[in-house]
Design a binder for this molecule. Structure first.
Ligand SMILES: Cc1ncc(COP(=O)(O)O)c(C=O)c1O
Length: 489
């Protein structure tokens, strides 16, 4: 039996490439023989020899357990799951799978309002009717934190037919929800808890990190392995918990429904290796990164006008704990927005941030990188950019915005609105119509409008004001909000 130090899938790929069999199957680059020479030069020959199709004997078909099944079993053990499936379309695919799975046991779901767009897409795919719950808003930072167990309880009481609930934890900014409390609430209502833990694949690998959702009673957990744990972009996992509220077979058929019939072997191989690394060296790697990041936080706070988000946030509404493997920088004291500071970092220092918002910017560190060395570059860029900006009289004070108005009534499911008859109208004529698209003004990025909701003049005014003050609009077909796609009723 292979153990956590082994990589059965990656080894099987390597054995296939070393054997150099007659390849009369896809992909048509035929192990590199038919690939563009420039591409071979860029990628290296091995990429092509290891890029093999699904249903290859000795890898994912043949005597069971195949290396593919063994490797996913090791991933399940490493993350503490009853069963784990590898995904090749990111955590986005995980969210699609989760809602399609819940759709097997009902037509309604309780969903965090600012869920990732893939969850909204999953509502469209599954046809589920959502009861939305607002996350807690940070009144100073103007960012959204997590959903509280009390808010979830109220929504489930309002939605007795709900098939389950979906929440996000950690957030982009590192806030972690009271997952144990949320699981207790959903289980008291007799339904499963899905946690979008896209940003928390590393949580189980060091005791100084917040506990992972699966260990706290979550029933299904979506994990974007590529974000922090080091597998290739697009590779992710979905983990089934040990409860009985979601059937294993149902998750399996939903994974297949939204998966290519040609999943990429390089992505799978990278998941196998990332799992080995996390399981065997995760504690040591995270430990080193945490020490370096603590030093980086201190250094950021010494730069005039900058502060960081950290464990001081824990205990604020919607923040149960904080993930110290994230560097979220509070820029409010610099007179610059996060957009402006990140632009200066990019243009003047070639330093690229993961996310920039009005008040906060986020830098992502990989679990195993030399965070101390990486931070030197970031800190040098920050010091220089902040100093240059402090001498620049054109830098204007940021405008603080009012909280968004309540979202409109949901008059049809997101699926009905997305797929039904629709037309494009001028934004002013859209008041009272039902939206066929999403509108989310940043900051704070909580969708103001989702497909199926009636548009109100308050919401459209709010979005216009946000855009006028330099904010942005996501999800819309016209990001300047001149026109809107609405349902023909
Ligand atoms: C909370 C959350 N869920 C899901 C996703 C989708 O992840 P992926 O890019 O792996 O599809 C993201 C991406 O940023 C995310 O922030």
């Amino acid at each position: 039996m292979p153990g956590q130090s082994d990589t059965p899938y990656l080894d099987a790929l390597r054995a296939y490439a070393a054997r150099n069999p007659g390849r009369f199957h896809v992909p048509g680059h035929e192990g590199g023989a038919a690939a563009d020479p420039g591409l071979i030069e860029a990628f290296g020959e091995r990429v092509f020899s290891l890029d093999i199709p699904a249903l290859t004997y000795g890898i994912d078909v043949g005597d069971e357990p195949t290396p593919f099944l063994e490797a996913q079993g090791l991933a399940a053990d490493a993350w503490g799951a009853r069963r784990t499936w590898w995904l090749v379309n990111g955590a986005s695919q995980g969210n699609h799978v989760a809602l399609l799975a819940l759709g097997h046991s009902g037509q309604r779901v309780v969903t965090q309002r600012n869920a990732h767009s893939s969850t909204i897409d999953a509502l469209i795919m599954s046809g589920l009717r959502p009861t939305f719950v607002s996350p807690e808003l940070d009144p100073e930072l103007h960012i959204a934190h997590c959903m509280t167990p009390e808010a979830l309880d109220r929504a489930l009481a309002e939605t007795p037919e709900a098939a389950g609930a979906t929440v996000v934890s950690p957030t982009y900014f590192g806030a972690v929800a009271d997952v144990a409390g949320l699981a207790e609430v959903t289980h008291a209502h007799g339904v499963p808890l899905v946690v979008d833990e896209a940003w928390g694949a590393h949580l189980g690998f060091h005791e100084d990190l917040p506990a992972p959702a699966l260990s706290l009673g979550a029933d299904l957990v979506i994990s974007s392995t590529h974000k922090v744990v080091g597998s290739l972009t697009q590779s992710a996992m979905i983990h089934l918990g040990h409860g009985e509220l979601i059937e294993e077979g149902v998750v399996g058929r939903c994974v297949t429904l939204v998966e290519s019939t040609s999943p990429n072997s390089l992505l799978f191989g990278s998941l196998d290796a990332a799992r080995r690394s996390a399981a065997t060296r995760g504690r040591e790697l995270v430990g080193e990164t945490l020490v370096a990041l603590a030093r980086t936080r201190d250094a950021v706070r010494e730069i005039p006008g900058l502060d960081v988000l950290d464990e001081r946030l824990a205990g604020a509404p919607g923040v149960f704990d904080y993930d110290p493997l994230r560097l979220a920088i509070d820029v409010r004291g610099t007179r610059m927005s996060g957009y402006e500071l990140s632009r200066r970092l990019r243009e003047e220092h070639d330093v690229l941030m993961e996310l920039a918002g009005e008040n906060v910017m986020v830098a992502v560190y990989g679990m195993g990188e030399d965070a101390g060395a990486a931070s030197e570059r970031l800190l040098a860029g920050l010091r220089a950019a902040v100093e240059a900006a402090s001498a620049d009289t054109r830098v204007a004070e940021g405008v603080q915005l009012a909280p968004p108005p309540p979202w409109g009534e949901l008059v049809m499911t997101p699926r009905e609105a997305f797929l039904g008859p629709q037309e494009v109208v001028a934004a002013r004529e859209a008041v009272g119509r039902v939206a066929a698209e999403s509108l989310a003004a940043y900051p704070p990025g909580i969708p103001n409008v989702l497909p199926g909701e009636r548009l109100t003049s308050e919401t459209l005014d709010y979005i216009e004001q946000t855009i006028a003050h330099g904010g942005s609009l996501r999800g819309a077909s016209d990001r300047a909000l001149r026109t809107l796609r609405v349902v023909v009723e």
